[in-house]
Design a protein around this ligand. Structure first.
Ligand code: IP8
Length: 258
């Protein structure tokens, strides 16, 4: 079983302060991940590293591309320091070097390029670490720099590995899962095919009935996270949204499956 762990940028950094890392969270994640058996791949977002520089310099010019990607390497090294501390033998594979966006009929399709070294490294017993980054959006007629998010990379890896291995995705956030409404019951399981959920009290409902808290953040909060998780689940890969890798590995949190 390959475990793909997606760490949101806002989970591991303080988005309000450039280049600030929430080290206690990295410590917790690394420690928990060291108990998970089998191959693992870690993906992280940009938070107050990548997003700060992408906004400051833009991504359509050499300075912005360099500054943004350098910031992401710095953040990734910090993630790796903690993974190394807990014996996870991390190896960095920059997102912009291993994934592109294919742009077909108005749709962005995140696609692995040169995935073989990542796959082999995971099987060898190292932990590949990749991240949301600047890459290229390539259509039949044009190519331009674009940001590929950590979630898009999680999708690309899931879509690629689903035919080869059994895999699961843990989306780690600062809440234990998805709630039916603010303050109230946690959703245990979502079936994307039937558009239904079961909550922690055993009650069922339709996904259209979920009331999301209006968080007003740029990445769209839990609603957007759930949509991205559902895209992965439609490929046949189970996703668990949780605030803990240990809980997720026991099947606790919100499970999203086909
Ligand atoms: O935080 C974007 O990744 P995300 C990374 O997962 C950059 O959206 C370079 C801003």
């Amino acid at each position: 079983m390959v475990t793909i762990v997606k760490l949101g940028g806002s989970y591991i950094t303080d988005k309000n302060k450039p280049e600030s890392i929430l080290e206690d969270r990295l410590e917790k994640i690394a420690k928990e991940l060291s108990f998970v058996p089998g191959p693992k791949i870690v993906i992280h977002g940009g938070g107050s590293f990548g997003h700060y520089y992408a906004l400051k310099y833009g991504i359509d010019n050499p300075i912005g591309i360099s500054k943004t990607r350098m910031a992401m390497y710095k953040l990734s090294m910090k993630v790796c320091e903690y993974l190394d501390k807990y014996g996870l033998r991390p190896v960095i594979f920059p997102g912009g070097s291993h994934f592109i966006i294919r742009y077909i009929d108005g749709r962005r399709i995140p696609t692995p390029v040169n995935f073989y070294p990542i796959e082999r490294t995971a099987i060898m017993g190292n932990t590949p670490v990749t991240f949301g980054d600047i890459t290229f959006e390539v259509s039949r007629t044009a190519s331009k720099p674009t940001i590929i998010s950590g979630d898009e990379i999680a999708y690309a890896i899931s879509a690629y590995t689903v035919m080869r291995y059994s895999s699961r995705v843990f989306m780690i956030s600062d809440v234990p899962g998805v709630y039916v409404k603010p303050g109230g019951p946690l959703i245990k399981r979502i079936k994307v095919l039937s558009n239904e959920f079961v909550d922690e009290n055993g009650n069922t409902g339709s996904l259209d009935d979920i009331e999301f808290r209006d968080v007003g953040d740029a990445t769209g909060g839990m609603k957007a996270k759930l949509e991205r998780a559902m895209k992965i689940a439609r490929k046949g890969v189970k996703v668990i949204i949780s605030n803990s890798i240990l809980e997720a590995s026991r099947g606790r949190g919100t499970i999203i499956e086909f």
